[in-house]
Write a protein that binds this ligand. Sequence first.
Ligand code: ZN
Ligand code: FE
Length: 240
Amino acid sequence: MLQIHRVHAFNDNYIWVISDGVFGWVVDPGDAKPVIDFLNTHRLTLSGILLTHWHGDHQGGVEELCSHYDDIEVIGSKKALKGPSHPISEGESVNVLGATFKALEVPGHTLDHVAFYSDSTLFETPIAFTGDTLFAAGCGRLFEGTADNMFESLQKLNALPENTTIYCAHEYTLANLKYAAFAEPDNSDVQSRLALVEKLRSQDISTVPTTLLMERLTNPFLRARDSSELAARRSQKDNF
Ligand code: ZN
Ligand code: FE
């Protein structure tokens, strides 16, 4: 079996470490130091990096990690350029410690954004690394793509199995749920999740990962019926 560990970076970024107990791959290392500290503490050697998109808080640590460890494979989006990165396209696969991850192109937040999905039996459930596309109860801001792009990208993720564990790159859940309660005031699943997340966050407990099923019930962007509803909610949330 493989394990997935959470490493905190900056204010609210999550860097995910996939490990087999000896080697590790990291997802979106915006900063090298917390990754190196984690790997040292757990006596893991870095062997690869997955990058969802080009933003600095997701790939800022790549160069330092590549100079710190030998022969790292860096698999990135088309624009994630730092380090010796290999771009991956829709439907292509990458082998991570024996688990096959498939790339899903999910433009919207940026145009180059990819998500990584695996249904390997080395994990307890199917898993997806969704970067800044699908958040717990939210979605990324539309910096480069359109609402149409984001709608299609979210629906592509929505086609994954409902028990898929979703690893996103930021702890934005509480603010997202406050907006979700405004967008869908009659959604009781949002109300109960908001109460739970308020309690967890008051104790500084992480609310990520989430599951696709939970997002189907409570995420106002995944639940948007069409791209115009998504566009309206996205701009409302930007000013919420
Ligand atoms: Zn971003
Ligand atoms: Fe980010």
